[in-house]
Design a protein. Structure first.
Length: 365
């Protein structure tokens, strides 16, 4: 892998890296190969918003062309891998490969155009057996781009590979109206063990045991693990009546409405590369409580960090419900909306990584 992008600097006044992209005519500037998962995921939402941000940045359309490839990613069959190699061989502009595909290939892509690995999550974090394959694919790429500083640190610790960062942007939302008592909580994300929704039911059970039951928590997200989702529903049934809602996957309009009417986002994930829902909530002026030591720390702009301990989370939420400091955090979250990264910024980071490849004179195999 080339090392020439190591010293990329983001100067907003320097737009030289965009000129070749503007001169591309009707051809895509980049191709993005991504998995067809048959459901919503944070990575796919990132890719979609990245492509839209690229169009806004260059005031053009079709700057990034997305190619969706079915398969059992990240555990592909030989046929799944062959489909990726066949597709990539037909592309005549730089190729960005979603890491769920790119890190799963038994034979890395070998193309005449630059290849960039876009790493949403490091597979070896949850599957150590994937490390050698993941490292080989990244070494074979011309550049590696991660989606958060946390992911970069983890990548370096596990593989020793350097990468640039294109952290998620956000589209601003109307400021939340919230509730008079600040007692409407939300947890947004796929319902699965890593997102740790069952942990929150223990937290709210602890609140109820303290005599605090004037609250409502909504669990919103696709049920990617049906058994875990069934356990979540059963756990919610043990909490005070009328205090929980489990929605399943929501439409974008329904997500907007959820943010508009809520007070605090809760993200107790075991692992998190970044936590896009944290900045999405911040775009509506919502503070958040997130697990410390995860990538959600990079996304949080107002709220609290908490160790994965029931008592600590219960203490934070009791304070939120009973102390006036929540109003300060809410004001802080609203003010921070102005400083949030936008998707045009994310696209610009990716294009700077591409520019570094094209202007690198010292290439290593």
């Amino acid at each position: 892998m080339s090392d020439c992008g190591r010293h990329i600097r983001r100067d907003p006044n320097d737009v030289a890296h965009l000129e070749p992209l503007r001169a591309r005519g009707d051809r895509p500037a980049l191709h993005l190969i991504e998995p067809d998962l048959g459901r919503v995921s944070g990575g796919l939402r990132y890719n979609e918003s990245l492509a839209a941000g690229a169009d806004e940045l260059l005031h053009q359309t079709g700057v990034i062309q997305r190619h969706s490839v079915p398969g059992a990613w990240p555990h592909p069959s030989a046929e799944d891998e062959a489909a990726v190699h066949e597709l990539a061989a037909t592309l005549d502009a730089p190729v960005v490969v979603d890491g769920l595909i790119g890190s799963s290939l038994s034979a890395p892509l070998d193309l005449d155009v630059p290849v960039i690995q876009l790493i949403h999550a490091i597979l070896a974090e949850s599957d150590p057996a994937a490390l050698d394959r993941e490292r080989a694919n990244m070494h074979a790429a011309d550049a590696v781009v991660t989606t958060s500083p946390h992911a970069l640190r983890t990548l370096q610790q596990l593989t020793g590979i350097w990468a640039s960062v294109a952290r998620p942007g956000v589209d601003l939302r109307p400021v939340t109206e919230g509730s008079p008592d600040g007692n409407r909580f939300i947890c947004v994300g796929a319902v699965e063990p890593n997102k740790n929704q069952l942990f929150l039911t223990e937290v709210f059970a602890a609140l109820a045991a303290r005599g605090l039951a004037d609250w409502h928590v909504t669990f919103a997200g696709p049920h990617t693990d049906p058994d875990y989702a069934a356990r979540l529903v059963r756990a919610c049934e043990q909490l005070p009546p009328g205090t929980t809602t489990v929605t399943g996957e929501l439409t974008p309009a329904e997500v907007d409405e959820l943010y508009r009417t809520s007070d605090l986002l809760l993200l107790p994930s075991v692992r998190e590369t970044y936590g896009m829902v944290v900045t999405e909530a911040a775009a509506a002026g919502l503070p958040s409580v997130v697990t410390e030591g995860t990538g959600a720390e990079d996304a949080r702009v107002a709220g609290a960090l908490a160790a994965p301990e029931v008592t600590e989370w219960a203490d934070i939420l009791e304070g939120w419900l009973t102390q006036p400091y929540r109003h300060d955090l809410q004001r802080q979250a609203v003010q921070a909306r102005k400083t949030l990264y936008r998707w045009q910024d994310t696209a610009d980071d990716l294009f700077r990584a591409l520019h570094a490849i094209s202007h690198c004179t010292e290439r290593t195999p």
